[in-house]
Design a binder for this molecule. Sequence first.
Ligand code: ADP
Length: 623
Amino acid sequence: MSATQAPERLEFKTELKQLLDLIIHSLYTKKEIFLRELISNAADAIDKARFEGLKHPELLEGDTNWRIKLTVYKDAGTLMVSDNGIGMSREAVVQDLGTIARSGTKAFIENLKQADVKDRPDLIGQFGVGFYSSFMAAERVTVVTRAAGSTEAVKWESDGQGEFTIETADRPSRGTDVILHLREDAKEFLDPYRLRQIVKQYSDFIEHPIVMDVESVIGDDKTEVKEETFNSRQAIWLRNKNEVKPEEYTEFYKSIGRDFEDPLKVIHVSAEGGATDFKALMFIPAHRPMDFFYKEPKSGLDLYVKRVLIQHESEELLPTYLRFVKGVVDAADLPLNVSRETLQHHPLLAKIKSNLINRVLKTLGEMKDGEYENYLKFYKEFGVTLKEGVPQDWSNKERIADLLLFESTKTKPGEYTTLAKYVEAMPAEQKEIHYIIGETRQQIENSPYLESFKAKGEEVLLLTEPIDEFVMSTIGEYKGKKIQAADRGEVEKKEDARFEGLLKVLAAKLPRVKEVRLSGRLKESAAVLVTDEHGPSAHFERIMKRAGRSGELPESKRILELNPDHPAVTSLLTLFEKSPTDDRIDAFGHLLYEEAVIAEGSKIDDIAGFAKRLNDLIVKASA
Ligand code: ADP
């Protein structure tokens, strides 16, 4: 396409316009953050160019004078942010600036609309707005960009109202100019002093110089224009811990984490002299980003070698169960031209990784013991993610288990115990750690499975996350105590020869029951269904059913346990002793079974049969 042709008009992806409106109006009081976002993008683009240049130096055409330049055109009322980074091809411009390439956008917009106006900035911060924040300050944005290695530039333009245009343009060399046509109420961004102050506040640590030509008066009527560098460019992670101010950490975090809120915890590591020489600056965010569970699990750490970004969101630095940790790692001993493939098996990185895991787990442990309120905040946001570590990271299984919090029959709702506290409070004669899993605390804490434990005063952990089943069976044992589901296996064998015949007959009549036996776990209820040691639990079957995947499970049979002291059960025995072939034995047996199905939180398969049996009973009892 030649430059004389009319520009092509394209539409934003549907949700974008709505989102832009919300962003512009909600972030109004913080509108200067657009500059931080644009500078971050420019710095990323430079990092990419520099990295590509390591392998293909010709791509850089001799220009390695990395810089991000701010220019104001007072008369035109525009501010330009330029970089000599990697640039964008036409396809990249359409793709990257025309979509919000995130899943969950729709849900996010709904959330945002419903949220209180004052909470919106935080929500948006968690979602990350990047380039689009420009429209808070600009009524129109023009982007002129030329990709490294290409001779053609493109010009993109939009007023953020749903459409953008794109056409061929000129740019003398690689890089990107973002030109903001400032709104009437955003003219403050034409003032170099204001710009310098914003750069200092939000982007001071950016490694590349952020420069501007600033005019100053030098004597009578004389002025001089000099290029000033606004940022101090100190890689904050390389500095000495006690020289970094808390607010410097905070601003750095907000910038790399694209967050508006302060982090819950800062972990600054400087490992020198030992087997590995590296620095790491890690943060535990206070909130889960909006898209945390929609996104593919990715690491939150960027890998640098001597301040040069080597890999964004590096998988080699932390396992996915610690993906909530954000930050940077600088490994001085890695070669700069290390490739993605060698990164994967690099022994140095393996060492750094285990060191980092260690630091994070240690910090979480210290928070749990010393700053419980903060730990609770963390746990509510990321506890489920942390749990993934139990099956994932075998070598740290115990340490992770120690970080888990549980509600139990002895805690109030919303209060927690730990495995350590549980074991400490265990009566001497108790052999196992009991737990039960279900939908809600209310549903499980009243379940018949807990009757005998309650009677004995033994604590039962109450679990409600789908992952808990897997986590508990993987932990398996804690401090030599077996971890045992309350609805599994046999609690105190009970035998009574009088029941033998009845139990056999019922086992033959009932569906999905492989055995009927007397129960040691019931005190008030008449019947309960249990799983043997190895079968899938009822909870797990319900999860699979809801996910439409019950076909993947073999049909499992349960064990029906009857309470030999319950009048309903003893009456049935009396009936059986009088007349073993009485029709009512079948009907009453089914009713006991169905009662147990409901008690475990599952649904009865044969609702019509159940209703008939119950109705018959009402009719007879009322006659
Ligand atoms: P994010 O930076 O979070 O990915 P943005 O909306 O800020 O989201 O930017 C979208 C994409 O556009 C970036 O990921 C990048 O690929 C591209 N981009 C933005 N600004 C620049 C720039 N100055 N140079 C090169 N590419 C850019």
